[in-house]
Structure formats: C-alpha cells, structure tokens
Design a protein. Structure first.
Length: 136
C-alpha cells in the first residue's frame, strides 16, 4: 500500500521505491505523464506577466523533470489532493481525532476533517493515516 506521503514523493519526483518489476512499465508511463503535465504547467506559468520571475525560479532542466515546479505544485495542492482522496469516505470510517478538550477526542463527522470553527486544522492530513488505502 502507498501512503499519502508516498503520493507526495511520487508527484515531486522524489520516490525512491521504483515498484516491483511487474510495475516498472506503469512507473515509466506515470513519470512520462508527470513530465508532460508539468511541462504544460511550466509553459503556462512562464507565459504570464511575471514570466521572468517564473523562469528564474523554474529553470528548465535538461531532462524536463521540473523538480522545483513539482515541489511548489504539491505544496499548493496537497490539501486538495487529500480532500479528493477522502471525498467518498464516510466520517464514521475514521477514528476519533477532533475535540475541544485536551484529552477528549470525538469522531470527525466530515470525511476525516475536524470543525475549523473550533480551531481545528482541517487542512492537515492526520498523522495516523500513514497508509491511506487501508482506510478507504
């Protein structure tokens, strides 16, 4: 099973696990697609008004991996990715993680996200959810 952190590593191009031999073809296809998508994002970002800033930050590397752009994209979109992964998960499927009191937890009622109105960090992926697929 892959963890949410592993998904981030894959998106950012930092995953050290290249998969089982039977998965290597899929891995090559995935990385090829990431390069294509991030090239499109690079072209879009560098064609705007502040293109000089973007070009300086995201220098086009020789092999087209766009590591800095991938890193920034993940930082900007990880909360959205988390919500997309958990959008169909019933709130009762997760263990208690929310609560007003120091030692009292209540069950997250909305797809593993706590109530922001009570000061919860609803955009944070719970640390105990290391392996997302085992919960979904």
């Amino acid at each position: 099973a892959r963890s949410f952190a592993d998904i981030g590593d894959i998106v950012r191009g930092r995953d050290l696990f290249y998969g089982n031999p039977q998965e290597s073809v899929q891995r090559i296809i995935l990385e090829k697609n990431f390069k294509k998508y991030f090239q499109q994002i690079y072209n879009d970002v560098t064609s705007r008004k502040k293109s000089a800033e973007a070009e300086a930050r995201y220098k086009k590397d020789e092999d087209g991996n766009y590591y800095q752009l991938r890193e920034d994209w993940w930082d900007a979109n990880r909360e959205t990715v988390w919500k997309a992964i958990t959008c169909d998960a019933d709130g009762s499927y997760f263990r208690p993680t929310c609560g007003d009191e120091e030692n009292k937890s209540t069950r997250a009622k909305d797809k593993c996200r706590c109530d922001k109105e009570k000061g919860a960090k609803a955009d944070q992926v719970p640390t105990y959810l290391d392996y997302v697929p085992q919960y979904l």
